[in-house]
Design a protein around this ligand. Structure first.
Ligand code: G3H
Ligand code: 13P
Ligand code: ZN
Length: 329
């Protein structure tokens, strides 16, 4: 099966009450871990590549690795641009075989966001421009998340929730295929400041405030059947944080979105859940643990291999226990 766009995957996910995981890829081991996990779970999967990943790993290498994963697994895989910040970047990805792109102009004015998103949609939906994938799906964003969105850093406290009253006009005027909304998630492994949280009296771990499900419900009422995307959806699983900290790391008060809330979102209109930080934590945990246990090792296959093992483990857990996309092929 060739790479696919998100159209059919999201239609099935919406009707089936589950979400497809969108996992960030930066190197071969991460691509392998995600796609082997998806294969074992019989799950569709979105491999997403940020501008930073393209700069790190080289766009051709990343695309070829994803093509290799398609060949190896036979799964329906989407190759998606994460947080594209310009028409030119989206066009370059579309011209080079991506089947889905995100144009993120959420930090611009409403009108500017519409104008640039519309331009990307026109190009992405024009089969004559890219016959290898006649319909490239486009994700857009309304509202801003705290954290780093590639070059766009949004300070905690300056983020803004999506305004439900804007979404119908935005989707109608842009023609986008899915919409990322801001309901309280943020990028990275430190999603909530300690003063926004309570603390578990036994473990001392931070307990974050709930997401704004009222906004999600209002948005989906206004856009019935339309796929919604959640960014910043790592849960910052504390077992990996502990392995990191027990093996020379220092990640104090790292906290993410509780899995139960993501499960609930996946059962509602959320069809795509973005996860990057959890893979970074798993990779780091595997490598740190290996290095401390085997100070004499210097073969990267040994320690990066352990990182890959943990990434695969966390992706399987997400698919089976959080997203619900297992056995959906
Ligand atoms: O949304 C951000 C993703 O985690 C990608 O991060 O820009 O560092 O590759 P990056
Ligand atoms: P996390 O930092 O929560 O993994 O979010 C990733 C993301 O939204 C990528 O676009
Ligand atoms: Zn994101």
């Amino acid at each position: 099966m060739p790479l696919v766009n998100t159209k059919e995957l999201f239609a099935k996910a919406y009707d089936g009450g589950y979400a497809v995981g969108a996992f960030n890829c930066n190197n071969m081991e991460i691509v392998q871990a995600i796609t082997e996990a998806a294969k074992e779970c019989n799950s569709p999967v979105i491999l997403q590549v940020s501008k930073g990943a393209r700069n790190y790993a080289n766009p051709t290498y990343l695309r070829k690795m994803v093509e290799a994963a398609v060949e190896e697994t036979g799964l329906p895989i989407v190759l998606h641009l994460d947080h594209g910040d310009s028409f030119e970047l989206c066009k370059d990805c579309i011209d080079n075989g991506f089947t889905s792109v995100m144009i993120d102009c959420s930090s611009k004015s409403f009108e500017e966001n519409i104008e640039i998103t519309r331009k990307v949609v026109e190009y992405a939906h024009d089969a004559s421009k890219h016959p290898q994938c006649p319909y490239v799906t486009v994700e857009a964003e309304l509202g801003t998340l705290a954290g780093i969105e590639d070059e766009v850093a949004v300070e905690h406290g300056s983020e803004s929730y999506t305004r439900p009253e804007d979404v119908e006009e935005f989707v109608k005027r842009t023609g986008c295929d899915s919409l990322a909304i801001a309901i309280g998630t943020s990028h990275g492994a430190f999603k909530f400041k300690p003063d926004q949280c309570t603390r578990d009296p036994e473990t001392g771990i931070l307990l974050p405030p709930p997401l704004r499900f009222d906004i999600l419900e209002e948005v989906s009422k206004r856009l019935p059947g339309f796929p919604i995307v959640l960014h910043g959806s790592s849960s910052v699983n504390q077992e990996y944080v502990k392995i990191i900290n027990d093996n020379g790391g220092k990640m104090v008060d790292a906290v993410g979105v509780p899995e139960a809330q993501l499960r609930k979102a996946a059962q509602l209109a959320v069809c795509k859940i973005n996860i990057d930080s959890d893979l970074r934590l798993a990779m780091t945990a595997g490598i740190r643990e290996h290095m401390v246990a085997h100070p004499d090792h210097f073969d990267p296959r040994q320690y990066v291999g352990d990182g890959r093992k943990y990434v695969k483990e966390i992706v399987k857990h997400k698919i089976n226990d959080v997203l619900g996309s297992n056995d959906k092929i």
